[in-house]
Design a protein around this ligand. Structure first.
Ligand code: PGA
Length: 248
């Protein structure tokens, strides 16, 4: 039985004072043993978020990491830096990073490997555009994203990887995928893991759905066999995030 994961991706929202206010409202409602809860705030809020969740079951994730160890990479953050302060997860391969910051599957693979090497758990994102879905090539496209992103990641390391299926057309649009559409792709991802590794790995990796998840649509997604939780954007900035956790 896989423990569900509810992760909040705050994106570029919440100044430190706003973050403090939000955390004061939601931390108690998010401190649950029924699922793994992760907040992924901007870097500048990470320390205060770590302090705020101290003594709870909630984990903290970053939204990005560089693939090099350290050095002349102005503006970047290393996996070692994140691990040292107690960050547990890192979102890698989000469609916004792919689109606005030109991240390729190869770069994403390097980030996944560096994160794992330094003890961080990647939340690896994948997902198709509306055009790809209309052309009927979404499964092939996502299989390719997964295969390249996980190239040379071992079966043992897969224990620390979470995958998030986020159709680009559903992100921030209010247009949630139907639970059948989400289930179909999460199952295709699990089948891909089975081909790449084995049944045990495929059955143990948590695969989340992301894209306009909120307190009202979460429950119907979570009853599907291969959907192990959600990566939540907009609704993670509100008290509604607690309703998503309650839907588990
Ligand atoms: P959304 O974002 O919930 O606002 O659609 C999801 C995401 O980008 O992770």
């Amino acid at each position: 039985m896989r423990t569900k994961v509810i992760a909040g991706n705050w994106k570029m929202n919440m100044t430190p004072s706003q973050a403090r206010e939000l955390l004061a409202k939601i931390v108690d409602g998010c401190n649950t043993e029924s699922c793994d809860v992760i907040f992924c705030p901007p870097f500048i809020d990470i320390n205060l978020a770590l302090e705020k969740v101290n003594g709870t079951n909630i984990s903290i994730g970053a939204q990005n990491v560089h693939f090099e160890e350290n050095g002349a990479f102005t503006g970047e953050i290393s996996a070692t830096m994140l691990a040292e302060i107690g960050v547990e997860y890192v979102i890698i391969g989000h469609s916004e990073r792919r689109e606005y910051f030109a991240e390729t599957d190869e770069i994403i693979n390097k980030k996944v490997k560096k994160a794992l090497e330094k003890g961080l758990k990647p939340i690896l994102c994948c997902g198709e555009t509306l055009e790809q879905r209309e052309r009927g090539i979404e499964v092939d496209f996502i299989r390719q994203q997964i295969k390249v992103a996980l190239y040379s990641v071992s079966a043992c390391e897969m224990k620390n990887v979470v995958i998030a299926y986020e159709p680009i057309w559903a992100i921030g649009t209010g247009k949630v995928a139907t639970s059948n559409q989400a289930q179909e792709i999460c199952k295709a991802i699990r089948d891909t893991l089975c081909e790449m590794y084995n049944v045990e790995v495929a059955q143990s990796v948590r695969i989340l759905y992301g894209g306009s998840v909120n307190g009202s649509n979460a429950a119907e997604l979570f009853i599907k066999d291969d959907i192990d939780g959600a990566l939540v954007g907009g609704a993670s900035l509100k008290e509604d995030f607690i309703n998503i956790i309650k839907a588990v």
